[in-house]
Write a protein that binds this ligand. Structure first.
Ligand code: C2E
Ligand code: MG
Ligand code: MG
Ligand code: MG
Length: 279
């Protein structure tokens, strides 16, 4: 009996998995049309400077207003878009949208997530330049966020595109810093300006004198030695914010300050904005 039950469960599990896989393919295949129908929108999460807790920039975060499934967050479709390669077109759309939006605002910076497939396209730096020209956004107000694995080429050398972008005044941020296999030695060879300290470290600050606190202190010391600023991600509590400030972090982002907002909701906050090109 147990054996046949086990088998039945296996069959059910398998059918389930097939259905999930089919749903993934369907969602992935729908992305190009959804782009044409303008179903992808961008929300903006404020970043504040620790010095005065005034807004100094925003991170652009994509959302899919799916006609049937409702609003989808990136975790549900970015991995699919990466698998099929449509991430290049989707990423270009988000970048154009975010730059156009930011050009209409006062001096805050806009930080846009970029994946490895995008930045490895030989035409990427030229495309960014074209979008800046088209939208009129000052390159010093654009930050591109890349993960640790996206800043090196397959031989472990820094990506040449980064020098090209940085040479135009665009700033480069390493996103989710500390979650990959960080090779600290590579940092000094890269034209980077900002480290975004990953959420789990910030979360670890709940316990006093934790190992995470020592790690944050070390990362901040290293970053500042390299003249790189540190942004703490996913700051949810006042205690965390106070610890992060004491530990020397420069800027912060998280629900304590604001959720990601549609552009029209951001406008009142922009009036209190503080720093311009430098976070
Ligand atoms: P990320 O770049 O690390 O963005 C920060 C994520 O943390 C966002 O999730 C944001 O809503 C969430 N967050 C902000 N504050 C808090 C907080 O206080 N607590 C917690 N727990 N979470 C917080 P979101 O919008 O779901 O985006 C998830 C990821 O999807 C992003 O992580 C980024 O890697 C990716 N992503 C978003 N937009 C784009 C895009 O246009 N292109 C690409 N390639 N990736 C994108
Ligand atoms: Mg990011
Ligand atoms: Mg991040
Ligand atoms: Mg991320």
């Amino acid at each position: 009996v147990a054996k046949s039950e086990g088998k039945a469960r296996f069959v059910m599990y398998d059918a389930d998995r097939n259905a999930r896989q089919a749903a993934r393919y369907t969602l992935a295949a729908a992305i190009p049309d959804a782009l044409d129908r303008a179903e992808f929108t961008v929300v903006y999460q404020p970043l504040v400077a620790f010095a005065d807790e005034r807004l100094c920039g925003v991170e652009a975060l994509v959302r899919w207003r799916h006609p049937v499934l409702g609003t989808l967050t990136p975790d549900t479709f970015i991995p699919l878009a990466e698998e099929t390669g449509v991430i290049v077109a989707l990423g270009r759309h988000v970048l154009r949208e975010a730059c156009a939006q930011a050009a209409s605002w006062p001096d805050v910076f806009v930080s846009v997530n970029v994946t490895v497939a995008q930045v490895r396209e030989p035409s990427f730096p030229a495309e960014v330049a074209a979008i800046l020209a088209e939208t009129g956004l000052d390159p010093r107000r654009l930050v591109l966020e890349l993960t640790e694995s996206a800043v090196m080429d397959s031989d472990g050398a820094p990506l040449a595109a980064l020098d090209c972008l940085a040479g135009r005044g665009i700033r480069i941020a390493i996103d989710d810093f500390g979650t990959g296999y960080s090779n600290l030695a590579y940092l000094r060879r890269l034209p980077i300006h900002i480290l975004k300290l990953a959420g789990p470290f910030v979360d670890g600050l709940r316990e006093s004198s934790s190992v995470d606190e020592q790690i944050v202190r070390t990362i901040v010391t290293l970053a500042h030695a390299l003249q790189v600023t540190v942004t703490a991600e996913a700051v949810e509590t006042r205690d965390q914010a106070d610890r992060l400030r004491e530990l020397g972090c420069d800027t912060a982002q998280g629900y304590l300050f604001s959720r990601p907002l549609p552009p029209e909701s951001l406008i009142p906050l922009l009036r209190g904005a503080a720093c311009a090109a430098h976070p």
